[in-house]
Design a protein around this ligand. Structure first.
Ligand SMILES: Cc1ncc(COP(=O)(O)O)c(C=O)c1O
Length: 377
């Protein structure tokens, strides 16, 4: 472990995570919340986030892959762990040993789980993933009874849940999502005799806008981290979310340059006046996309300042001419977060890149330490 703390860091405000958790719990009418902590908790740092959520009473956490369940187990996180993504039969032994609960959508995987459950004398619990319109993984809803019939004949295998996922719950037009709820409701009806305990389908968008989808448990991801699933969420309570992550760095070099100076690789920017240019130790190696070059603002001294020239792997440039006399080496620079009254959200970076906040926060690289604050709230 290096001893020198990097200047570029992500601060994780656990008190805001608690706030968002409570808001989502209220919206879900007290149903169990099963937070998605996959992909390093959407870039927020999986283990500290998971520990905090468990301390806040979350008994189930969701990840995408077996390796993530392993990382939680290695860190001593004791929650039930649901696996969202399709898993190959070759990982069935790891699933059984870990005691996590996979979403299952092939008989091959169900059979492999049953075999390993018997061999290791450890029953395994699964959730049947039904594709009601996502078009990614899952069995067809009409095949669910026959699939469950086959599962019932597999010793050591317990089907605890029936689940599906929304592709368009974050859109203003809910027509397709409402059809999915109806289709899932029919699937629940058709599988009533199989003793399934929990039915679940709601992601963050559905928690806000589709109360009929709340069912027995909800699976929020993005909203827990204080980010709106999209700009089209109708429920005004989406504005109560508090972004959990702030991404900050500091000025590592400051120089005056004359008008007409070409800056950074390719000289994609020339100063048009004598300028004060700050260097920050953050670049695409930290997850600050090179495609943001010359199309990004940062906060310095409580003001928006333009990023100039190409974002490079480790360093980028900011025009701080407007702050002449008020800016110094070592000053804080905000990439995502607040400074005084000024705010830059992950959504803003997403809009500039033609993507979504999910990709921005998840894309902050491993080099950036996540520093968790406020763990007792
Ligand atoms: C199956 C499943 N459920 C729930 C979620 C959480 O979604 P969101 O982050 O939009 O709340 C995801 C995220 O991708 C998912 O794949």
């Amino acid at each position: 472990m290096p001893h020198t703390s990097p200047l570029t860091r992500a601060t994780i405000h656990l008190d805001r995570l608690s706030h968002n958790l409570r808001l989502l719990q209220e919206l879900a009418g007290g149903r169990p919340l099963w937070p998605a902590v996959k992909a390093n908790a959407y870039g927020h740092g999986m283990v500290p986030v998971a520990r905090h959520l468990v301390a806040q009473g979350c008994a189930t956490l969701c990840v995408a892959h077996v390796s993530e369940a392993e990382a939680l187990a290695d860190a001593g996180v004791t929650a039930r762990v649901l696996l969202f993504s399709a898993t190959l039969p070759e990982h069935s032994e790891a699933v059984v040993r870990l005691g996590c609960e996979p979403a299952v959508c092939t008989l091959e995987f169900a059979a492999a789980l049953s075999r390993d459950a018997q061999r290791l004398d450890r029953p395994v619990t699964i959730h049947l993933m039904v594709d009601t319109g996502m078009g990614r993984v899952g069995i067809r809803a009409e095949d669910a009874p026959a699939f469950l019939e086959r599962c019932a004949a597999l010793p050591g295998l317990h089907v605890r849940g029936l689940m599906t996922h929304f592709p368009r719950a974050d859109e203003a037009d809910k027509t397709q999502s409402l059809q999915q709820i109806e289709q899932f409701r029919r699937c629940v009806e058709a599988t009533r005799n199989f003793g399934i305990e929990v039915r679940h389908m709601a992601n963050s968008a559905a928690i806000f806008d589709l109360p009929d989808a709340h069912l027995d448990a909800v699976r929020p991801g993005i909203a827990l981290y204080g980010l709106a699933p999209s700009a089209e969420i109708a429920n005004p309570r989406v504005r109560k979310l508090e972004p959990v992550l702030e991404w900050k760095t500091r000025i590592s070099f400051l120089k005056e340059v004359p008008a007409g100076t070409g800056l950074s690789y390719g000289h994609t920017y020339y100063t048009n006046r004598p300028s004060l240019i700050a260097t920050i130790p953050a670049g695409y190696g930290d997850g600050l996309s090179r495609r943001l070059s010359n199309n990004l603002d940062l906060l310095v001294g409580g003001e928006r300042c333009p990023q100039v020239g190409r974002v490079t792997m480790d360093q980028s440039l900011v025009d701080v001419t407007a702050l002449r006399g008020r800016v110094a080496l070592g000053d804080e620079v905000v990439i995502i977060g607040r400074q005084g009254d000024a705010v830059i959200g992950a959504d803003e970076l997403g809009d500039r890149l033609g993507t979504i906040s999910y990709e921005i926060v998840t894309g902050i690289s491993q080099r950036v330490p996540r520093v968790a604050l406020g763990g007792n709230t």
